[in-house]
Structure formats: structure tokens, C-alpha cells
Design a protein around this ligand. Structure first.
Ligand SMILES: [Mn+2]
Length: 360
């Protein structure tokens, strides 16, 4: 089967040439996978204008050969970064790009020392991440499957919500169901938050038991075929009081407005402002304490960021989340999140779970 990796390497090489780099160092596993197919958790990739070398350790020898093709695999002698430096030293005078967001200060110092004076290190953040943000047709198809899987698991979790059940039970069952349906695991630690705890946007599941007349926030995602999904629904256990309905209606309206603002060319900050504006009209913007969304792909949080003031523009085939929420300490929170593919004139919502308030 034809793999996309060689073509991605070619595309990135053009970017290297454009910023006068001879090679680029990649250490982040998602970036290394994106460019080579290698899934080992440690390794460093040196992409040069003429070739590609993956440096990793003996544990990954067989795996690297099986998962990649057309690249040079080098097993490190001793530690990873001195080995990478040696490869560069042997290659002679050149300028090498690195991502300051992905490398520690200690790693850079080791690289500078081991690669020698003829190697010039240049900070070039986000080159691969920018390519990754624009998904190809195969990636979108995979993300649709991951999103649908997350939705099914979420709907099943909602059916398990009965007074007396613990947050941890729901979270455990959810992650089990993901794997039963083919996911390699959750794309982040599943959030199950009952009652007051739902006011914490990133609540970790506890032994708390569900009671009647509580809000429940379920925020989960699965990794399927390397790609992440991310979905949130809010449920009320009982008949929701008027103010909860009002808050829920406002969040749903904010999410719809943000989704309607999504299209290629739109400023990320405008999409955020669409959600924030609706909540402001309901005098709830002070309770919306996070950004509207984030890019989704090999990682659960990636480019582009849908946040206040972001000047970046959406591109066709970006995949992003839209997830406004409101939070009231001591009472609870409401968040609705879907995954959205950016299209030329609009968007496709790939998570397929009804968004109306569910009362159990
Ligand atoms: Mn999210």
C-alpha cells in the first residue's frame, strides 16, 4: 500500500529549503510518526534535504524496520542526543532547525556540544505542526471514525448514569468500551464530573456517587488508528430547573454560533468571539473560563488554537473542537463539545450525538 510518509517528507523538505535549513531535528513522537510511520516512544528524526535518518535504541530495531521504509535507521550508541550530535558532526557544515517547544535546554546543550562548531542550530518552531494541521482525505476519514466511536461510547456512558454510580465507574467503563471498539486508548484522561464537581472544567474522576438533581459533564475521546477524537455532553439527572435550562440554552447557542463561524479563511479569534459574544449577551461570558477550541489530530491538543485574539486563519481540512462552557463554583458546569472539519465554505461536524439537554 502506498503510504503518505514519503510525500510528507518531500513537503517538509521544501519548507526547509525556504528557511535556509540543511536539516531539521524532530523528537516529538507524533511528528516522527507523521513523517515516517514509526510509533516507538523514543527516537529522533533528522530530515535533511537529501535523506532521512531515524536514530533510536535497540528496543525498537525490529519495529522501526517494520514500520518505516525508505529511511535510514541508526541504533544509538549510548544516549540518544549525543548519538544524534555525532551523526550531524559527521555530516559536516550545516544549519539544523529544532523546535524550542519540543526540546529541553539540556538536550539542546548536549546537541550543540556533540555536533561540534560546524553545526549551526536555528529555532524553527512548528514547521511539522503546521503541515499536520491540514489533514488529507485519509486522515479526515480516520478522524470521522474516531469521532463516531467516541460518540457511541459517550451515549453508552449516559445510559449508565443512575443515582449511586461513581464517577470512577463511569470513567473505567468508558475507557474499556473504547478499547472493546478498537481504540488504542483514550486520547486524554476521561472526565466524568457529577454535581458541583462539574464546575471544574478539568475534573478528574473520583469515588463521588451520583445523586438526583445533579449536572453531569462527560468529556472523552478515543484514539483510533492514531487519530484522536474529543467530545463533551452535559446531562441533568432529573428535571432541570429553569436556570440550568437557561444556561444550557446559552451554551448551545454559543456553540452553534461558533460552528457557524467556521470556514476556511476565518480568523481563529473570530470563531472564539462568536461563542464569547453569545455568552456575553446572556451575561455569562464571565463564566466561560477557557478558550473555544483546539486543533485535533495525532495529538488531542494541536494547532490551530481557537482562542481569544488568535490572528491565525483557519485552513481547509483543519480539524478543530468547538467547546464553549460555563462554570459556577458550588453549583456545576455545562459544556458542549463537537469535532469539526473546516471546509471552504463552512464545516462538517464529525461527532454525531444529539446536542439538546438530556434529562434522565
Ligand atoms: Mn477538547
Amino acid at each position: 500500500m502506498r503510504t503518505p510518509f514519503a510525500e510528507r517528507q518531500r513537503t517538509l523538505r521544501k519548507e526547509l529549503a525556504a528557511v535556509n535549513l540543511d536539516s531539521l531535528l524532530l523528537t516529538d513522537p507524533a511528528n516522527v510518526y507523521y513523517l515516517t510511520g514509526f510509533t516507538g516512544e523514543t527516537g529522533a528524526l533528522l530530515l535533511s534535504l537529501t535523506g532521512c535518518t531515524l536514530v533510536t535504541d535497540g528496543r525498537f530495531k525490529v519495529q522501526a524496520r517494520e514500520e518505516t521504509s525508505g529511511i535510514h535507521i541508526l541504533l544509538q550508541k549510548g544516549a540518544l542526543f549525543p548519538s544524534v550530535g555525532e551523526v550531524l558532526r559527521a555530516a559536516g557544515r550545516q544549519s539544523v532547525g529544532f523546535d524550542p517547544n519540543r526540546l529541553t535546554v539540556a538536550q539542546l546543550l548536549t546537541l550543540r556540544k556533540s555536533s561540534g562548531a560546524r553545526c549551526r542550530w536555528k529555532a524553527t518552531p512548528g514547521l511539522t505542526e503546521h503541515l499536520r494541521a491540514r489533514k488529507d482525505a485519509r486522515e479526515i476519514a480516520q478522524m470521522r471514525k474516531a469521532a463516531i466511536l467516541a460518540g457511541k461510547v459517550l451515549e453508552r456512558a449516559i445510559r449508565l448514569l443512575k443515582p449511586g454510580v461513581q464517577e470512577l465507574e463511569i470513567a473505567g467503563e468508558t475507557e474499556y468500551q473504547m478499547r472493546r471498539r478498537g481504540a488504542s486508548g483514550p486520547s486524554f484522561e476521561t472526565i466524568v464530573a457529577f454535581g458541583e464537581r462539574s464546575a471544574l472544567p478539568h475534573a478528574r474522576p473520583t469515588a463521588k456517587r451520583l445523586r438526583k438533581n445533579e449536572l453531569v459533564v462527560l468529556d472523552l475521546g478515543a484514539i483510533l488508528g492514531h487519530y484522536c477524537s474529543d467530545i463533551t455532553r452535559t446531562v441533568f439527572v432529573g428535571r432541570a430547573p429553569k436556570r440550568i435550562r437557561r444556561w444550557y440554552g446559552a451554551v448551545l447557542e454559543a456553540q452553534s454560533a461558533a460552528i457557524a463561524a467556521v470556514k476556511a479563511g476565518a480568523l481563529c479569534g473570530h470563531v472564539d468571539a462568536a461563542a464569547r459574544g453569545v455568552l456575553a449577551r446572556h451575561r455569562l461570558d464571565g463564566h466561560f473560563v477557557h478558550s473555544t477550541g483546539h486543533g485535533l489530530g495525532l495529538e488531542v491538543h494541536e494547532d490551530p488554537r481557537i482562542a481569544r485574539g488568535q490572528r491565525r486563519r483557519l485552513e481547509p481540512n483543519n480539524v478543530i473542537t468547538i467547546e464553549p462552557g460555563v462554570y459556577f463554583a458550588g453549583v456545576g458546569g455545562i459544556r458542549i463539545e463537537d469535532d469539526v472539519v473546516v471546509e471552504a465554505d463552512g464545516s462538517e461536524v464529525i461527532t454525531r450525538v444529539p446536542r439538546d439537554l438530556i434529562e434522565l
